[in-house]
Design a protein around this ligand. Sequence first.
Ligand code: 5GP
Length: 114
Amino acid sequence: MSRTIFEKIIAGEIPAETVYEDDQVFAFKDANPVAPTHILIIPRKPIPRIAEADSDDHSLLGHLMLKAAAVARSVGLEENGYRLVINNGRNGGESVPHLHCHILGDRPMKWPPG
Ligand code: 5GP
């Protein structure tokens, strides 16, 4: 399968504003923000979407969630709250087939989501 835009961002072939990185995950600002703060956190491993993760990914997915919260804290979102979103497949609104968690903040979020 061809490499996605997110793999190229991890490799430094496409520029992005990095917010956090370690050996397992990479976080960067979304190019088309839908909130005043909009960060994507992704595993370095190219899992296409959450539905295709398996039991080998158990620890990686736990790390991804904990680091999503740590990134939100590091950019000052903890006090007022924030939303984490994972879009899966066509009806979920997924447009890049590399698992990513949106970190959205600095405005009130509506429910139900659109
Ligand atoms: P999805 O719709 O798949 O849940 O989210 C994909 C996200 O990736 C979108 O919010 C979109 O703005 C973001 N995105 C797509 N291409 C790029 C890019 O080249 N750079 C960055 N920083 N974000 C991107």
